[in-house]
Design a protein around this ligand. Structure first.
Ligand code: PMP
Length: 352
């Protein structure tokens, strides 16, 4: 048999268990489909694609649209197959042996996973008691050691908390030879973003995705915004024509529906607060969240038993209790009002 790389052999990969249930609140997808007009127009436009030709390798049109949306130069935008692929490109270009990835736990597990896939040593810094970045430990790490790719996630998955602007600004100011990546996969559900930290010369890349707020997880489209020289570095490691013709068209068309998507995001935020209120009324331990999910504690009951009980009631949530620093925690995605009601009813019965 072919021999897998020794450093990968011990790894188990990152998978959200998929179970066949009616209410799926485990992967932070949007509960709504994109607007019907988007879907019908996309079908028409796809009929005109010259499938025998490679797509625009530089994705100029889509990148121009994203640049206009965010008010940045097109040279500061890079697109890829989901923000996970953006993160992988970042680690291919800036990680690797002799360098390191700095992650804050608890946090998004794929940052460390992709780092390991790219043979980048991982340094873990524990969050403070508020589940926020402990700036002293972070700055101490930056002041010594090899070049680092530092992953900040705001709002953080799975805690739902945003990092204070001053924390991230301090990291950028002290970055030196290091790179600060601000993963904003959920930022439209929050009050403020950190995009203004990006400028030519600044060692910071912000990553975004169409998977959550755009309700287009099936499209696999993500992007990065960062200094021109950083985007040129990412170009060195991306495969030719990595973003296909259909995705380029769909992504550009989606930008005509910003108002509709903003309205859907506002609905999800309102629904998040309604769900949080209902859980508080039940006496469930639930923290504040600025994302489209809530992290709940299962108290004296083992989280895995509560998770199983919910599955028996046809509701799938994410069991985070095995993740570092998250004993007794489950993460529930904010779904449609009826899905959220089904979850609360099931939880009530399981906890009874
Ligand atoms: N970053 C964070 C924090 C996430 O939670 C996710 C999705 N789980 C991603 C990035 C990746 O999203 P995608 O690849 O679908 O764009």
């Amino acid at each position: 048999m072919a021999r897998i790389r020794d450093d990968l052999r011990a790894l188990s990969g990152y998978h959200s268990p998929q179970v066949d249930v009616t209410v799926r609140l485990n992967t932070n997808e949007a509960p709504f489909a994109p607007p019907a007009e988007f879907v019908s127009t996309l079908a028409q436009r796809l009929a005109g694609v010259e499938w025998n030709r490679y797509p625009d390798r530089a994705a100029v049109s889509l990148r121009t649209g994203l640049a206009a949306l965010h008010g940045v130069p097109v040279e500061q935008v890079m697109v890829a197959n989901g923000s996970n692929e953006v993160l992988q490109s970042i680690l291919l270009a800036f990680g690797g042996a002799g360098r390191r990835a700095v992650v804050f736990e608890p946090g998004y597990q794929m940052h460390a996973q992709i780092a390991r896939n790219t043979a980048t040593p991982v340094e873990i810094i524990e969050r403070d008691s508020e589940m926020l970045i402990d700036i002293r430990s972070a700055l101490a790490s930056l002041s010594a050691g090899p070049p680092a790719v530092v992953f900040v996630t705001s709002p953080n998955n799975p805690t739902g908390r945003c990092e204070p602007r001053d924390t991230v600004r301090a990291l950028v100011e002290h970055a030196g030879q290091h790179l600060i990546v601000v993963d904003e996969a959920y930022v439209q559900f929050a009050g403020a973003d950190l995009l203004d930290l990006v400028s030519d010369g600044a060692p910071v890349i912000v990553t975004r995705t169409f998977s959550k707020t755009w309700g287009m997880a099936g499209l696999r489209l993500g992007y990065a915004i960062g200094a021109t020289e950083l985007m040129s570095a990412l170009e060195l490691v991306t495969l030719p024509y990595h973003v296909d013709a259909a995705k380029l068209i769909a992504g550009e068309l989606a930008l005509d529906f910003v108002a509709e998507m903003d309205a859907r995001v506002a609905e999800t935020v309102a629904e998040r607060e309604r769900l949080r209120g209902r859980l508080c009324d039940l006496g469930v331990d639930v923290g504040p969240s600025e994302a489209n999910f809530l992290l709940i504690g299962t108290g004296s009951r083992p989280a895995v038993m509560v998770w199983e009980g919910l599955v028996e009631h046809g509701v799938l949530v994410r069991d985070c209790s095995g993740w570092p620093g998250l004993a007794g925690r489950l993460r529930v995605t904010v779904g449609s009002p009826s899905e959220n009601d089904a979850f609360v009813t099931a939880l009530e019965e399981v906890l009874r």
